[in-house]
Ligand binder design. Structure first.
Ligand code: UDP
Length: 487
């Protein structure tokens, strides 16, 4: 690697949802903005999909992927430890190996970017005299809630979910109590304190990058920049630099699925998937199967064994389909009856390849932000089926503000969505003569184009990224001058 280039290190927390946008950020900085980039990945263990993503042979020139040694947190967690706490502990434990990795670098990074769970590593950035940025791999609206949470903590009494009025966020759309992010569901849990801490630490950075763009979230971005109350808390510049999405994957072992898609009529298939970890209950899996079957629409469904209750996962298999596909908890005969119209893919599918296929016309999604951007970037309308994290906010935004999705009447995290409602939603999203589909499709196409424009040279996100780099260089120059004067 050349040592004259500006070197940025990006720290990624574990999980596909974080790795995907971090890698895309790294690639853009290296290929579009001429930086040398090192991505430091914290892992506990890598899934096959993660290993494929981290394959160094696929990285562009000037981008290096460095996996830090896996951290052992077994003595620090228990089966009740929630996800934000878990990630916070993992990132905390990874700090010594992060420090060693930075020490060992011949050409030390000048910029240090962490994803939304890495802000505790800012102290290391200070030791190495690096400027520090947060990359929030989600929306500006979510960023505003995260940063403002410690104020809500003082203003709101009792659990957020029990409030009668929406939670106001200065300058932004208020958040419905039932839509709050998972760590805000229980104010006595460590998860809540970790989440608040993270929000406070964002303002210790030199800037906040977000995987969104001006035209998508103008209101929330304006609030983060200009609203008097919000500004007094945020303090640092905000940079919308998205939509950064995973490129189309190699077909891998899914060539049969893609051949099947090739044979289907244009925009006739609904893709059903709940992200890298989303899983339904057994009862919900059965209802979803019936809903798809009743809708008589073509589908591709990425199926996971259902879970029961909190955290524990149990496998309910009712045998195998004609091709040996596991049909965990599917209604009897489902695979046989639907084999002409549907494909069930166990566990994992090449999602971007599917969403960009001309025969795909809708996406039933858990509304993880990457899945959402992948859908929108391909102009595909959605059924918003939020399950965890900030997905309830994403679903609300997709339906009520952006007009690209329909949502079940009652949140799927509260009540099983019944087959009749599923059938109705699938029909609305998929049938071209329906008013709903036409409008959603048009909006999705508009968003696809506006996202593309934002990233193109001279577009808002492109300029935003240039601004980060220019300001950073300026800051560095000034600090060098100051040092020279002091000597
Ligand atoms: N993904 C995929 N195949 C699957 C499930 C997920 O390629 O079968 C990818 C998906 O394209 C997205 C990421 O995994 O890039 C999931 O991120 P998201 O933010 O949507 O959800 P999370 O998994 O973090 O809940």
């Amino acid at each position: 690697m050349e040592s004259t280039k500006l070197h940025a290190a990006i720290l990624s927390s574990p999980g596909m949802g974080h790795l995907v946008p971090v890698l895309e950020l790294g690639k853009r900085l290296a290929t579009h903005h001429g930086l040398e980039v090192t991505i430091l990945v914290v892992t506990t263990h890598s899934s096959p999909a993660e290993s494929q993503l981290l394959d160094p042979s696929t990285a562009p020139k000037h981008l290096r992927i460095l996996q830090l040694p896996p951290v052992d947190i077994s003595s620090l967690v228990n089966p009740d430890t929630k996800i934000v706490t878990l990630l916070a502990i993992i990132m905390r434990q990874a700090r010594p190996s992060l420090r060693s990795a930075l020490c060992a670098m011949e050409h030390r990074p000048a910029m240090f970017i962490v994803d939304l769970f890495g802000s505790e590593a800012f102290e290391i950035a200070n030791e190495f005299n690096m400027s520090k940025y947060v990359f929030v791999t989600s929306t500006a609206w979510f960023t505003a809630l995260t940063i403002y949470c410690h104020v809500l903590d003082k203003e709101v009494e009792g659990e957020y979910v029990d409030q009668n009025e929406p939670l106001s966020l200065p300058g932004c759309k208020p958040v419905r109590p039932e839509d709050v992010v998972d760590p805000m569901l229980d104010r006595t849990n460590q998860d809540y304190y970790e989440y608040m801490r993270i929000g406070v630490e964002y303002s210790l950075s030199d800037g906040i990058l977000m995987n969104t763009w001006e035209d998508l979230e103008g209101t929330s971005l304006k609030a983060l920049r200009d609203h008097k109350i919000m500004r007094s808390i945020v303090k640092v510049p905000v940079y919308p630099i998205g939509p950064l999405t995973k490129p189309v994957e190699p077909a891998g072992p899914n060539s049969e699925l893609l051949e099947w898609l090739d044979k289907q009529p244009s925009e006739s298939v609904i893709y059903v998937s709940f992200g890298s970890g989303g899983t339904l209950s057994a009862e919900q899996t059965i209802e979803l199967a019936w809903g798809l079957e009743l809708s008589q629409q073509r589908f591709v469904w990425v199926l996971r064994p259902p879970i029961e209750g909190h955290g524990g996962s149990s496998f309910f298999t009712s045998g195998s389909g004609p091709d040996g596909t596991p049909d965990y908890c599917l209604p009897d005969g489902f695979l046989t009856r639907t084999h002409n119209v549907g494909v069930v893919v166990p566990l994992w599918a090449p999602q971007v390849k599917i969403l960009s296929h001309p025969s795909v016309g809708g996406f039933l999604s858990h509304c993880g932000w990457n899945s959402t951007l992948e859908s929108v970037s391909n102009g595909v309308p959605m059924i918003a089926w939020p399950l965890y994290a900030e997905q309830r906010m994403n679903a609300t935004m997709l339906e009520e503000e952006l007009g690209v999705a329909v949502k079940p009447k009652v949140l799927p995290t509260k009540k099983v969505v019944r087959r009749e409602e599923i059938e109705e939603m699938v029909t609305i999203v998929m049938e071209s003569n329906k008013h709903g589909r036409k409008e959603m499709k048009e909006r999705a196409k508009e968003l696809k184009n506006s996202g593309k424009n934002a990233l193109s040279k001279g577009g808002s996100s492109y300029k935003s990224m240039c601004e980060v780099i220019n300001k950073d260089c300026q800051l560095r120059l000034e600090s060098h001058k100051l040092q020279a004067l002091q000597q």
